[in-house]
Design a protein. Structure first.
Ligand code: ADP
Ligand code: MG
Length: 626
């Protein structure tokens, strides 16, 4: 084309496309859901802009926010069209080729190791999946601020962009035309497309329509008799008035018709609606099946692997601030969950206001430590016609956040409550042991391994919910027998007369088990918690007590193991020794030398002061400054 301008794909993008094209990956279906998801995003964007500027939608067809799929069976062209926000020429250049998203190389790497393309959408490169099924792709797009342009590429390292002077004007939006490869012939079948939309795009909140063929019976004249056409017309009117007709007369009419016409099959086309657009969160939680929630999770998370969410919560908040919400605990933590914890404001909650999608980058809805949750909030109270910035200031957000935290913590507690592994109570265990529980078995350990650190960060950051979060805490201890224990279990096992909850911090359980600090405690049958995660040191600076029990680091000053009658006597008789020792060690920065009842075999031990850092904390701080 004469006005075409050529561009080269950014290197990583080019590599990605090469891999996709040559991929032997069998599940090529995924391209359709990626295109539909992009179309839906584009529609969300224009609808959001229209809240503050009504004109922007245009009129008639342009204002119809839906997704249309059309097939040219002969030419093997599949097109997906939306009337979303569209792309300017510059958008086409940037979004589809020259700017690599941060996820591009991460995805390439992942694909090379696992070969699994299912997560492509999570990496922000879903569009390129079109090359699984097409060898030539055209993207025709019209944005309100620009003329209509065509982007095209045969995935040969380059793409071209031209001002569109030959296609039909789109009004606004984007049409993606896939020229299907020979091996991808199945996608030129309506039945296949219908199946895919059902399977993967069930929860798209815009109508998805297919230009579908339909076989209809048509009456045609049975001979060349010219008069029959007029007869047909009269018949039509007579059937409409059916109710008033005399039966016998009608019978005669039909007889007449049969003799002059015959029925033939004819193919007509119409826009067939493929999805049910009623949003899942507007339905009553009782009506929605577990399977539907699991599928909804997949579409939200763009995670089409086989793993189910660990838990979900679907509720309606009523009162001053009304909203509906569905929250999910994903089966796995994303790799970068804690890497960018303090810098990134990442939210996985989508915010809707009265069914209209507002944003998925709204970080006022949940505190950071719960940012691993997926889901959405649909508010009836927030105003629709204000900017995102103004929404961010709105007073009801605080209430929403508070309720969401409560519900989230309840949901997490429920994973533990329903997990038969969690219960140490034998009787309860026997009663609840059933097939139904197989699925729940071990789920809390799974949760803890993936997200335990978030709970700890929560204890540090969220004073208002500290106790609720402490209930969710798990750890190993001298009595946990290789499994995880909770504070409630610890308290149940406390010895009579024991006032404090004992713990020790260090790098590994194995190292701690050999610690002289434990000798006597173990001998006296006290339980001691092992805290081996660096974050635990910080955690214990915030977690002072639980259920009226104080926490005592057994390597610190202040350990009380009940009354020791010989204490005073010993102190007196070793007075000279302790004094002498203190004199010698004073130069080594030792505060005091004392007689102690905390040891049984080792002759002495260095204890840190109550308010200072533990030796483990010193080690952590040292490794951070190095
Ligand atoms: P993601 O959707 O995760 O951003 P994609 O590779 O699927 O990644 O799409 C890349 C970008 O191309 C999108 O972010 C969007 O800006 C643009 N885009 C793709 N399809 C459309 C469309 N139908 N309408 C408007 N923009 C689109
Ligand atoms: Mg996408």
């Amino acid at each position: 084309r004469s006005n075409a301008q050529k561009f080269e794909f950014q290197a990583e993008v080019s590599r990605l496309m090469d891999i996709l094209i040559n991929s032997l990956y069998s599940n090529k279906d995924i391209f359709l859901r990626e295109l539909i998801s992009n179309a839906s995003d584009a529609l969300d964007k224009i609808r959001f802009l229209s809240l503050t500027d009504k004109e922007i939608l245009g009129e008639g067809d342009d204002a119809t926010l839906e997704i249309q799929i059309k097939l040219d069976k002969e030419k093997k062209i599949l097109s997906i069209r939306d009337r979303g926000i569209g792309m300017t020429k510059e958008d086409l250049i940037k979004n589809l080729g020259t700017i690599a998203k941060s996820g591009t190389s991460a995805f390439v790497e992942k694909m090379q190791t696992s070969g699994d393309l299912n997560l492509i959408g999570q990496f922000g490169v879903g569009f390129y999946s079109v090359y699984l099924v097409a060898d030539y792709v055209e993207v025709i797009s019209k944005h309100n601020d620009d003329k209509q342009h065509v982007w095209e590429s045969k995935a040969d390292g380059a793409f071209a962009i031209s001002e569109d002077t030959w296609n039909e004007p789109l009004g606004r939006g984007t049409e993606i035309r896939l020229h299907l490869r020979d091996e991808a012939g199945e996608y030129a079948e309506e039945a296949k497309l219908k199946e895919l939309v059902k399977k993967y795009s069930e929860f798209i909140n815009f109508p998805i329509r297919l230009w579908a063929s339909k076989e209809v019976d048509v009456e045609v004249p049975s001979d060349e008799d010219d008069s029959s056409e007029e007869e047909e017309k009269t018949e039509e009117t007579s059937t409409e008035e059916e109710g008033e007709d005399d039966d016998s007369e009608k019978g005669e009419d039909e007889d007449e018709k049969k003799s002059k016409t015959k029925t033939v099959k004819e193919t007509t086309y119409e826009w067939e609606l493929l999805n049910d657009v009623k949003a899942i969160w507007l339905r009553s939680p009782k009506e929605v099946t577990d399977e539907e929630y699991a599928k909804f999770y997949k579409s939200l998370a763009k995670d089409f692997s086989d793993e189910k969410p660990l838990a979900w919560s679907h509720f309606n908040a009523e009162g001053d601030v009304e909203f509906k919400s569905v929250l999910f605990v994903p089966p796995k933590a994303p790799q970068d969950l804690y890497e960018s914890y303090y810098n990134a404001n990442k939210s996985n909650l989508k915010l809707y206001v009265r069914r209209v999608f507002i944003s998925d980058e709204f970080d006022e809805l949940l505190p950071k430590y719960l940012s691993f949750l997926m889901g959405l909030v649909d508010s009836d109270t927030l105003p629709l016609n204000v900017s995102r910035e103004m929404l961010q200031q709105h007073s009801s957000l605080k209430t929403i956040k508070k309720k969401l935290i409560r519900k989230a913590l309840d949901m997490i507690r429920k994973i533990a409550d329903e997990d038969p592994d969690e219960s140490n109570d034998k009787e309860k265990k026997d009663v609840e042991e059933s097939d139904d529980n197989d699925e729940k078995k071990g789920q809390y350990t799974k949760f803890w391994n993936e997200f335990g650190k978030s709970i700890k960060l929560g204890i540090i950051e969220d004073a208002a919910n500290r106790n609720r979060l402490a209930k969710l805490l798990r750890f190993e201890s001298t009595k946990s027998d290789g499994k995880l224990a909770s504070l409630d279990q610890y308290i149940k096992r406390m010895k009579s007369g024991q006032k404090d909850i004992f713990y020790i911090t260090g790098t590994t359980k194995e190292q701690l088990e050999k610690s002289p600090f434990l000798e006597r405690l173990i001998k006296k049958n006290y339980e001691v918690i092992f805290f081996t995660d660096p974050v635990d040191e910080y955690l214990m600076q915030y977690l002072m007590d639980y259920e009226d029990k104080k926490f005592q680091n057994v390597s610190k000053e202040g350990l009380k193991l009940g009354k020791d009658s010989k204490g005073k006597e010993l102190k007196e008789s070793f007075k000279d020794l302790t004094k002498w020792w203190k004199g010698i060690l004073a130069s080594e920065n030792v505060d005091d030398v004392k007689i102690s009842n905390r040891l049984s075999d080792s002759p002495c031990v260095v204890v840190t002061s109550k308010y200072g850092w533990s030796s483990n904390m010193e080690r952590i701080m040292q490794s951070q400054t190095l």
